[in-house]
Design a protein around this ligand. Structure first.
Ligand SMILES: Cc1cc2nc3c(=O)[nH]c(=O)nc-3n(C[C@H](O)[C@H](O)[C@H](O)COP(=O)(O)OP(=O)(O)OC[C@H]3O[C@@H](n4cnc5c(N)ncnc54)[C@H](O)[C@@H]3O)c2cc1C
Length: 457
């Protein structure tokens, strides 16, 4: 064994790991970042970026089909998956190159290989021991399945769905959460007959009920079938297809079954448990300063219980780097992390749902919903949906929920409002450019402040 040391050793170069590495390097720490696959992790190579490229191609397909409705002559001839994949892979490749350049510029030492946490503050890769003054565990997550449902062949997870070289005719999507809904949206735009099966009573079940209802209405219009409150009981596949059976006794036939039932923490087989890291159902437990139970050992990203989102990983990585450097950063408010589902239409939210707010503040919580029907830009874009505000009794706005094409872009303002604990009267005087979709937020705040403008009572 040879020994190498640094101020900080990080295991896993995904969103959480590389953000910690870059910020620590900016703060003058020496950093070793260990990655067994590609810098950028799930988000860049198998998650956020490639799915959003597919969703953009899907949007172009829908716009082409609907071109005539705005007086533009265009003929939709079909989807060329080779072309779609070239576009998608090109974006990933460019961003990957950029990220490698950033690692170099930050003088982060990249170690290619599979690391094992050896206890203390040491990670081993083959015959080298990397010891830091501090260690960050950032090994991310993997696509989960259900008991008795083995992935393979026509039963696929998001990784395989991202690299299909054809458009399937019929797909069953198991799971109506973010990933399931996004793939259902892409395939429907590409011409696939899609059915979503969700065990909970509604699509995007972690969102406010308003958002689920709006999304379900839009999906019905798009002829995306969904069965909610139904459990999956089994799947059988052969050369020609897969049959999916449900608790209701129904059987669905398809070319593919996409299993999108959540992501499990990638914490096994890396020496964590053996070294005494406290783990619960696979997740590495930390305090709110992201310290594990072991001294000088931190964890960030999808292996830490909570929202599994890239920007949460980034923020946690930055937080730990600053903590280690002695900057005493402010604890991250999980509820202030924006959530966006990039389907057509999009769903975006921050803060508490109405029912969470009622649990916290009692029944005097107020809400206001502004329909995008009154928003000029949304009408120009031919999108429908709405903005719902949730306000604490005599208090600030504690939740913002939005549905409609492009509303993901409004989440920045919503996040500021939530994080600054703004009252409707604080936001109502702020001017929103006309015609933009941000006006929908502005109108909702005007109404909640008691001075509605473009609102039908
Ligand atoms: C289909 C899909 C779409 C998504 N879309 C979005 C989105 O639009 N927006 C969003 O915010 N989030 C999205 N996510 C979630 C996002 O990708 C994750 O939250 C994020 O990647 C988590 O970052 P992480 O650093 O915790 O883990 P990861 O990105 O998974 O990185 C972990 C890294 O650790 C490496 N590693 C693991 N074990 C070892 C070892 N023993 N030695 C060395 N290296 C190791 C892995 O190779 C990997 O590169 C999506 C996820 C999926 C699957």
């Amino acid at each position: 064994m040879t020994d190498t040391s640094a101020d900080l050793v990080i295991l896993g170069g995904g969103s959480g790991g590389y953000a910690a590495a870059f910020r620590a390097a900016e703060l003058g720490l020496s950093v070793i970042l260990i990655e067994k696959d590609k810098l950028g992790g799930t988000c860049l190579h198998r998650g956020c970026i490639p799915t959003k490229a597919l969703l953009h191609a899907a949007e172009v397909a829908d716009e082409t089909r609907g071109a005539e409705s705005v007086g533009v002559k265009a003929v939709f001839e079909g989807i060329d998956m080779a072309g779609v994949n070239k576009y998608k892979d090109g974006i990933v490749a460019r961003l990957y190159k950029g990220l490698q350049g950033l690692a170099k510029a930050h003088k982060v030492t990249l170690v290619e290989g599979t690391g094992t946490f050896a206890g203390g503050t040491t990670v081993e890769v083959d015959v080298t021991r990397y010891t830091g003054k501090n260690v960050i565990l950032a090994t991310g997550s993997y696509s989960r399945s259900l008991p008795g449902l083995e992935l393979g062949g026509r039963i696929i997870a998001s990784e395989q769905a991202l690299s299909l070289d054809y458009v399937p005719e019929k797909v069953v999507v198991l799971g109506g959460g973010v990933i399931g809904v996004e793939f259902a949206s892409v395939w429907a735009s590409f011409g696939t007959d899609v059915t979503i099966v969700e065990a909970l009573p509604r699509l995007v079940p972690n969102e406010d009920e308003f958002a689920s209802k709006q999304l379900e209405r839009a999906f019905r219009k798009r002829k995306i079938a969904f069965k909610t409150g139904v459990r999956f009981t089994g799947a059988k596949q052969n050369d020609t297809g897969v049959s999916v059976s449900l608790e209701s006794g129904e059987t669905l036939e398809a070319d593919l079954l996409l299993v999108a039932v959540g992501r499990g923490p990638n914490s096994a087989g890396h020496g964590y448990e053996e070294a005494g890291v406290r783990i619960d159902r696979g997740f590495v437990l930390t305090n709110d300063r992201l310290q594990t139970n072991l001294p000088n050992v931190y964890a960030v990203g999808d292996i830490v219980p909570g929202l599994q989102l890239a920007h949460r990983g980034f923020q946690q990585g930055i937080f730990v780097a600053e903590e280690i450097a002695g900057l005493a950063p402010r604890v991250i408010d999980e509820k202030g992390i924006p959530r966006v589902t990039y389907s057509h239409p999009e769903v975006a939210s921050v803060g508490l749902t109405e029912s969470q707010a009622k649990e916290k503040y009692g029944s005097d919580v107020t809400t206001f919903t502004y329909d995008l029907g009154g928003n000029g830009k949304s009408q120009i874009l031919k999108t429908s949906g709405g903005v719902k505000l949730v306000k604490a009794p005599d208090g600030p706005v504690v939740g913002v929920h939005m549905v409609g094409d492009r509303v993901g872009e409004l989440i920045g303002e919503a996040q500021l409002i939530y994080s600054w604990e703004a009252f409707p009267e604080d936001v109502a005087p702020l001017i929103h450019a006309h015609p933009t979709q941000t006006e929908a937020l502005g109108e909702a705040f005007l109404a909640l402040a008691g001075k509605p403008l473009h609102v039908h009572s």
